[in-house]
Design a protein around this ligand. Structure first.
Ligand code: SAM
Ligand code: MD0
Ligand code: SF4
Length: 342
């Protein structure tokens, strides 16, 4: 591997072994080459436009106990569940600020499961009518029947992240959850015509081989959007004292996703390093900014529940400012809809 560098490593399509080798080689020259290739591919396909998603984490109650998550059931924290009126108001505010899509995210709130998601379905319906924006739901695992209902409402996206495609590691992270149930759920949503987003976490005990497997699976299942986020340790959780990984891993995974899947939507999440982490993720080949949150809305992020939220760091304005400085610009809602049609 060492004697090969730069161009030699980019034989298309990359095999699993080549991906592993690329991940193991940490020479700055190789990394730079990966990032610049990724940027070039993005520009060839998407031009100078970057998409932006509003994030509404509207209930932080959860029946699950994922080891990495601040909102896991056993963590004694203050939680909230926003009323339908509040959610719709926040969504309208986000729409007015110029975002392209609204991501309705929730913990696996037992309250909603008990009432068969009627409230969430109602919120989704009203929100769609009032904002006319595409919607992504991130509700965790749902029954097929509920997925049918969201599909009938015309919900465009279903986001459900496996975090890893190593079943043993999955079991350690998503305690008492079934790997295949989670996988089948997103496949069912896809069958029903929804676009799906798959995701992985970096820094949760995975090996380069696991990352390579994840990258292959993401293509195989036909994920239209794919993400990686670095694990951020959460107070009170079993992984509280685990370290957050070197960001180079996340950046390289973003670049590899872009190189392997030129047309994919790949998020630069503001939820890992806040607004200061935006530039390096875009430079690695990302083309969607996620986790834009209105300040003073009482809403939380996930990996970084409060970072930059009330300070107004996670706003369209801030994102625009940074992208401007990079010679890029934010897509309009109609440009995003146009992209979804093609
Ligand atoms: N509850 C739903 C679920 O688990 O699918 C949707 C929301 S969940 C909070 C969304 C994602 O946040 C998780 O799938 C995971 O990738 C990410 N996440 C949670 N805790 C994190 C942490 N400590 N560091 C980085 N990402 C985290
Ligand atoms: C984000 N923290 O947009 C959010 C979240 C869920 N679909 C997205 C992980 O980065
Ligand atoms: Fe609940 Fe999602 Fe957090 Fe797991 S990742 S504990 S399902 S909110």
């Amino acid at each position: 591997m060492k004697e090969k560098s730069g161009m030699d490593l980019f034989v298309h399509p990359l095999t699993r072994n080549q991906i592993v080798d690329l991940l193991k080689d940490n020479s700055p020259e190789l990394n730079e080459e990966l990032f610049s290739r990724a940027r070039k591919i993005r520009e060839d396909i998407f031009g100078k436009k970057i998409f932006i998603y509003g994030f509404v984490y509207f209930s932080t109650f959860c029946r699950n106990n994922c080891n990495f998550c601040y909102f896991r059931k056993s963590n004694e924290i203050e939680r909230y569940r926003k009323s339908p009126e509040e959610v719709v108001d926040i969504a309208k505010q986000l729409a007015a600020s110029g975002i392209n899509l609204i991501d309705l995210t929730m913990g696996e709130d037992p309250g909603y499961h008990q009432e068969e998601f009627n409230t969430v379905l109602e919120i989704t319906k009203i929100m769609k009518e009032e904002t006319e924006l595409p919607v992504m739901i991130s509700p965790g695992v749902l029954s097929d029947r509920l997925i049918d209902k969201f599909a009938e409402l015309g919900v465009e996206w279903y986001a459900l992240y496996q975090e890893t495609h190593n079943e043993e590691l999955f079991k350690k992270l998503r305690l008492h959850q079934d790997y295949f149930e989670r996988m089948d759920c997103k496949m069912y949503a896809k069958e029903k015509g929804m676009l799906i987003e798959e995701g992985l976490l970096a820094g949760i005990g995975e090996k380069e081989e696991d990352i390579a497997d994840s990258l292959m699976v993401m293509g195989k299942i036909g994920a239209s959007q794919m993400r990686v986020m670095s694990f951020v340790p959460q107070k009170g959780s079993p992984m509280e004292n685990a370290e957050t990984p070197d960001r180079n891993v996340e950046m390289k995974i973003i670049a590899l996703m872009r190189i392997l899947y030129p047309y994919a939507l790949i998020p630069a999440s503001l939820d890992v390093d806040g607004i200061k982490g935006l530039q390096e993720r875009i430079n690695a080949g990302a083309n969607v900014v996620t986790s834009i949150i209105p300040p003073q809305s009482g809403l939380m992020g996930v990996a970084q529940s409060t970072m930059d939220v009330d300070e107004g760091g996670r706003t369209v304005e801030e994102v625009k400012h940074i992208l401007d400085g990079m010679g890029l610009s934010v897509a309009s809602a109609s440009e995003y809809k146009e992209y979804l049609r093609t």
